[in-house]
Design a protein around this ligand. Structure first.
Ligand code: GLU
Length: 303
């Protein structure tokens, strides 16, 4: 298969979509990113990497970090996180508070903000430095020692993070935080503000395509845990549009408001796309079109 040819063709095809949707503005520093950027990278299970467009340009990973914090907690704690967070699609926006109150402080899944705060809290207890351990994992798996927090983005989010702070306090009021609210929030904002390229992210998520085996060849997650992370990505990874994502792309995937999407073809490869303009549900418009074209061309959907 001419993978490079496929990626070049996809970049050309989605160029016209870059102005559909809009760049996230609720975190002010994210609104300065050009909607014309687009990158795609495929990392094969054997480590071969293909890329096209802006695949080596770093961007804000935002919610993509939630996959890695969950994987880390599962690697330390196996299944105990599921006593504190459900694993069902929420049917509400990623930052909704209504459901959290109705469910008495147990978030619907680890990929909405409330659930991610609980995972970060657990990681903080386990490691003493949740954002630092996510960064360490990402550096190790991507092979890029320069993966770093963008302090401007972290400060911008902290300065406008009233909703996340409210959620963290609500979780604490239900006894579902182990650490002080401010510490959990600081770690959460820092992990979201990590900057990585499509290349870094495709390499870093490869363990999910390799049944838990890390870049260095040692098991990071068990095959069963890797299956579970992929399953939660499929059902809950793309905001309130996971059904549409499964329909169009047919892969486990996680999106972020920075415009990145990580998708996994178990046993074969990981794919990362980046297009900053988001559709109504918060997913990259060009990114979804690119992944749709990718699975159509390769016939590598899981279905
Ligand atoms: N840091 C963002 C927030 O908490 C992440 C949102 C996202 O990418 O889904 O609002």
């Amino acid at each position: 298969m001419d993978m490079q040819g496929i990626l070049d063709e996809i970049v050309e095809r989605v160029a016209t979509l870059c102005h559909q949707g809009s760049v996230a503005a609720y975190i002010p520093s994210l609104s300065q990113v050009s909607p014309e950027k687009f990158g795609i990278c495929v990392a094969m299970a054997d480590g071969t990497v293909y890329g096209a467009g802006d695949w080596r340009t770093p961007f804000s990973i935002q919610s993509l970090s939630k996959v890695f914090s969950l994987a880390l907690v599962m690697s330390y704690d196996y299944d105990s996180i599921w006593r504190r967070v459900f694993r069902e699609p929420s049917g509400t926006p990623f930052n909704s508070m209504v459901q959290l109150e109705a469910d008495r402080g147990i978030p619907r899944n680890p990929f909405i903000n409330a659930g991610a705060l609980v995972v970060t809290d657990r990681l903080l207890t386990l490691t003493g430095d949740a954002a630092g351990s996510v960064r360490g994992l990402l550096r190790r798996e991507s092979g890029n020692p320069e993966v770093e927090v963008d302090e401007v983005v972290a400060a911008s989010e902290a300065g406008h993070g009233h909703r996340n702070a409210s959620m963290a306090h609500l979780l604490a009021s239900y006894g579902n935080l182990e650490n002080p609210v401010d510490d959990v929030l600081a770690n959460y904002f820092n992990q979201c503000a990590l900057e990585m390229s499509c290349e870094d992210l495709a390499k870093a998520s490869l363990f999910l395509a390799r049944h838990g085996v890390s870049t260095g060849g040692t098991p990071f997650l068990s095959p069963n845990q890797s299956k579970r992370v992929n399953a939660v990505m499929l059902t809950c990874g793309t905001y309130d549009a996971a059904g549409e994502f499964a329909y169009r792309v047919g892969l486990p995937g996680k999106s972020g408001v920075g415009g990145g999407i990580v998708a996994i073809v178990p046993g074969r490869c990981s794919v990362t796309v980046w297009g900053p303009a988001l559709g109504p549900n918060g997913n990259s418009v060009a990114g979804i079109a690119a992944l749709d074209a990718f699975t159509a061309r390769t016939e590598w959907s899981i279905f």
